[in-house]
Design a protein around this ligand. Structure first.
Ligand SMILES: Nc1nc2c(c(=O)[nH]1)N[C@H]1C(S)=C(S)[C@@H](COP(=O)(O)OP(=O)(O)OC[C@H]3O[C@@H](n4cnc5c(=O)[nH]c(N)nc54)[C@H](O)[C@@H]3O)O[C@H]1N2
Ligand SMILES: Nc1nc2c(c(=O)[nH]1)N[C@H]1C(S)=C(S)[C@@H](COP(=O)(O)OP(=O)(O)OC[C@H]3O[C@@H](n4cnc5c(=O)[nH]c(N)nc54)[C@H](O)[C@@H]3O)O[C@H]1N2
Ligand code: SF4
Ligand SMILES: [Mo]
Length: 765
């Protein structure tokens, strides 16, 4: 027998099952703590690997793989900061910082009353934090002014779904259902860069030649339509409403609609028929630039895939490309109408869905950080909802504030003579992500008190009077509700750095310092139980859920009500998630909504004529103050390697390298007309500002459109040039399409008349 040196025993590692800190796909990860030596080498105290889960199937994107880097960001906030008399931020103790905050709030209450203090939340906060933030605003601060960055993200999808279907759950079906579909229409979503592992669910539709993508850019997602995968519709930015009405027109005109389903499950067909009759293909082509044959082809692919015509199923999905518009709600309504005409929603294997963006973009909009909502997706104007939630909070319903203002209006009024004098920010980098960002920064500076909780010194934190360092992702317990409405456990992998506190702690402490009698739990599991009670009976009912139940292994879909004493609701005894450890009946959660009825009282979906007059000019001609240069559509959005305002990902060296610096994407024809080469500076001007940024010349964009991702700061931040018009129904800003003029940087005036805007009779590729 030979002896060899024993292999080095790996240091005892602890593994924890959790989910990625970033987007709503919430890819499942297993995190492993690393010993010090390895931590330094790997750039973070933990290491993550993808874990098998139906949405990500073990996959993650580069942001997921590198997520531990943010835990060890060199400038990670580990001590509170307060602004001194000479304008500098200096380190302070928690006591000092919270005292300063409480004193500031009391002083503003004295001068301006309760509505002198406002709150801005984020769709990345756990359910427990989102819930507590709303409760803190309504009870301790007693202010109506609470809203959050979901207003920039999900508000139009929510408004459209509520109006037509009666409830807003982004995907009312499991994401994996898409796999069996014969056709998928993606309106304004670039999944290949915004949720790469989700592409696996499109391979089926693509293999069947049924993937249809509407995007003014030939994105990696649109490219999946090439070579027989389906059809890319490269419409003029801002014209998807007409595009969808055109598809609806064709479906009705060709008799491809599902008449039996429409009669049984919907109302409003007559009116809709009249409205879409006006959108014949030639007219749609003139407005959208999409050739009528392409429109016809897309309509046929969808119709052939519909169950009524013997297909295996079809989906209509919307993303920010069509929602972040002054016609966002109208376009979502039209998209759901189209799906209903084809008989898709409420059928297994077909449907309509909005692709929620932020990690907890779904849960974040259900638990009360939205200006008009209480937990459980209840209306703050509904007296019975007020009474229910007030009882859970132990307060008098009469003292609960009413609706506040949507984000853009709120930000606009900060620090004005009649507006709020103080703002708390939790989980949003408003100085970068808001439209008219320069003015937002000016409003933030005009406040008497700006308190920002963050994990890094974001551009917004750097404007604050008080900065509070809080726990993030792998340092905390909680739940996140993913894009499919599934409640997932976020688990603590490691202790936060010394000096950092949980936001749950911060709110409880501030409540005490502000003399509030209301109790604030700080254990996330207790907070969840309270949230569950507050949500009971609401549209987003979590009352049958708890951390313990979720820890049994199944992430469950809401609604998941508690089973009543009589074993009521839909709970079934037996095996599986529908029964407890002792076999007692439990609600199994609701993977698919609408199978029996839609959420309106009569159980029917309401076909709705989109609330924008059919004859509206789709895109206003450029109104840029600068009348020189070529008029173009400035479109904004995302790159694969950066997340949102970039506060987190700009601190990850691998991602910074992958993304490169800011670039303005433009078509070779436009570059030629401007006489700029790839990498040379282009001057771009809108009604709100002007900037010079390097060109990235690419055939993958319409020639009348330029693209500028919003992840960058300072002079590279596009939101300095984006206006703050909003959708009239949802209050969502028009991030996607801004009229602009472009010229070669340094060329002053006198360029020839521009390329045509708004009309294009062919694809640009
Ligand atoms: N890498 C990365 N992934 C992310 C995020 C991130 O910041 N980075 N953020 C997450 C969040 S919060 C969100 S909301 C989602 C967003 O996910 P997406 O909606 O996929 O992302 P966007 O890039 O904002 O917009 C999608 C596409 O809309 C197109 N578009 C612009 N104008 C129009 C138009 O008028 N019509 C049509 N049809 N298309 C148009 C753009 O060209 C762009 O390709 O991504 C999530 N995932
Ligand atoms: N031009 C243009 N602008 C856009 C968009 C666009 O497409 N174009 N998209 C819009 C959309 S869809 C969105 S969702 C917004 C997003 O934009 P932002 O709201 O700015 O989103 P993030 O960059 O994710 O900001 C989150 C902040 O919270 C911090 N943070 C992370 N975790 C925690 C936590 O647990 N607690 C606290 N207190 N802080 C935490 C992060 O460090 C970061 O500073 O941008 C919008 N703005
Ligand atoms: S797709 Fe989204 S959830 Fe998945 S790893 Fe990337 S950022 Fe994280
Ligand atoms: Mo978003």
């Amino acid at each position: 027998m030979t002896t060899t040196a024993a292999p080095a025993v790996p240091p005892a590692a602890r593994t924890v099952d959790t989910h990625c800190p970033y987007c709503a796909l919430q890819c499942a990860q297993t995190a492993e703590t690393l010993p010090d030596g390895l931590a330094a080498e790997r750039g973070g105290p933990i290491h993550v690997v993808g874990r098998d889960f139906p949405t990500n199937r073990g996959g993650m994107c580069q942001k997921g793989w590198t997520s531990p880097r943010v835990l060890a960001a060199p400038d990670r906030l580990c001590t509170p900061l307060v602004r001194t008399g000479d304008g500098e931020l200096r380190a302070a103790t928690w006591d000092e910082a919270l005292d300063r905050t409480a004193r500031g709030v009391r002083e503003i209450w004295r001068r301006a009353g309760r509505s002198g203090v406002a709150v801005f939340g984020g769709g990345g906060l756990t359910n427990e934090k989102a819930y507590t933030l709303g409760k803190f605003a309504r009870t301790v601060l007693g202010t109506p002014y609470v809203d959050y960055n979901g207003r920039f993200c999900m508000a139009s999808a929510a408004a459209g779904a509520n109006a037509v279907l009666g409830i807003d759950r982004g995907l009312p079906f499991p994401l994996a259902d898409l796999g069996g579909a014969q056709a998928v229409l993606l309106l304004g979503s670039n999944l290949a860069e915004t949720m790469p592992p989700a592409l696996a669910h499109l391979t089926g539709a693509r293999a069947r030649g049924g993937l249809i993508v509407s995007d003014p850019r030939h994105t990696p997602t649109a490219a999946l339509c090439d070579d027989g995968g389906g059809r890319h519709l490269q419409a003029v930015p801002g014209t998807d409403l007409e595009l969808v009405l055109g598809l609806a027109h064709l479906v009705l005109a060709r008799g491809w609609h599902d008449a039996a389903y429409l009669a049984e499950r919907t109302t409003g067909l007559d009116q809709l028929e009249r409205a879409v009759a006006a959108w014949w293909p030639e007219r749609v082509e003139a407005v959208t630039g999409v050739p009528r044959e392409h429109l016809e082809r897309a309509a046929r692919l969808l119709a052939d895939a519909s169950p009524a015509r013997g297909g295996t199923g079809a989906y209509v999905l919307t993303g920010r490309g069509v929602e972040q518009s002054t016609r966002g709600t109208a376009t979502v309504v039209a998209a759901i109408d189209l799906a209903l005409l084809l008989g898709l929603p409420g059928r297994v294997g077909s449907g309509y869905g909005a692709i929620t963006g932020q990690g907890n973009g779904q849960g974040g909009r259900e638990h009360g950080q939205k200006a008009d909502q209480l937990p459980g997706y209840r209306s703050i104007e509904d007296d019975s909802a007020r009474a229910h939630v007030a009882a859970v909070w132990g307060v008098d319903p009469a003292n609960l504030p009413r609706s506040g203002l949507p984000a853009v209006d709120l930000l606009r009024r900060l620090g004005t003579p009649t507006g709020p004098r103080a703002l708390f920010v939790h989980g949003s980098n408003v100085a970068i992500c808001s439209p008219r960002a320069d003015r937002v920064a000016e409003r933030l500076r005009a406040l008497d008190l700006l308190v920002v909780c963050d994990v890094v010194p974001s551009e917004t934190a750097l404007l604050a009077d008080v900065v509070l360092p809080v726990t993030q992702w792998a340092e905390e317990e909680g739940t996140m509700t993913s894009l499919e409405g599934r409640v997932l456990r976020r688990r603590r992998v490691l202790a936060p750095p010394p000096g950092v506190r949980s936001e749950l702690d911060v709110w409880a402490d501030l409540a005490r310092r502000l003399g509030s009698p209301v109790a604030f739990a700080t254990d996330p599991s207790d907070v969840f139980d309270e949230l569950a009670r507050a949500s009971a009976g609401g549209r987003a009912d979590y009352s049958g859920l708890s951390h313990a139940r979720l820890d049994e292994g199944e992430a469950l879909y809401w609604p998941c009500p508690a089973v009543g004493p009589d074993g009521g609701t839909d709970g079934e005894a037996g095996d599986g998630p529908g029964s407890g450890p002792d076999g007692e009946p439990r609600h199994p959660g609701t993977p698919r909504l609408f199978l029996d009825r839609f959420a309106h009282p009569d159980g029917r979906a309401r076909l709705t004529v989109p609330p924008v007059a059919a004859g509206d000019a789709p895109v206003s001609a450029p109104t840029a103050a600068d009348a020189d240069g070529f008029p173009v559509h400035l479109v904004t959005g995302r790159l694969l390697a950066h997340y949102q305002s970039g506060a987190q990902t700009r601190r990850v060296p691998e991602l910074v390298r992958s993304a490169g610096g800011v670039r303005l994407e433009l078509h070779p024809l436009l570059a030629e007309a401007l006489d700029v080469e790839d990498g040379e500076d282009v001057r771009i001007t809108t009604a709100w500002g002007t900037a010079s940024i390097p060109a990235s010349v690419s055939p993958d964009i319409r020639y009348d459109t330029v693209f500028w991702p919003f992840h960058y700061s300072g002079a590279d931040s596009v939101n300095r040039l984006v206006g703050d018009e909003v959708d009239p129904v949802s209050g969502m800003p028009r991030f996607k399409v801004t009229p602009a003029r472009v010229a070669r940087a340094g060329v002053p005036a006198g360029l020839p008349a521009g390329l045509p805007v708004g009309v294009d009779t062919g694809q640009t590729r």
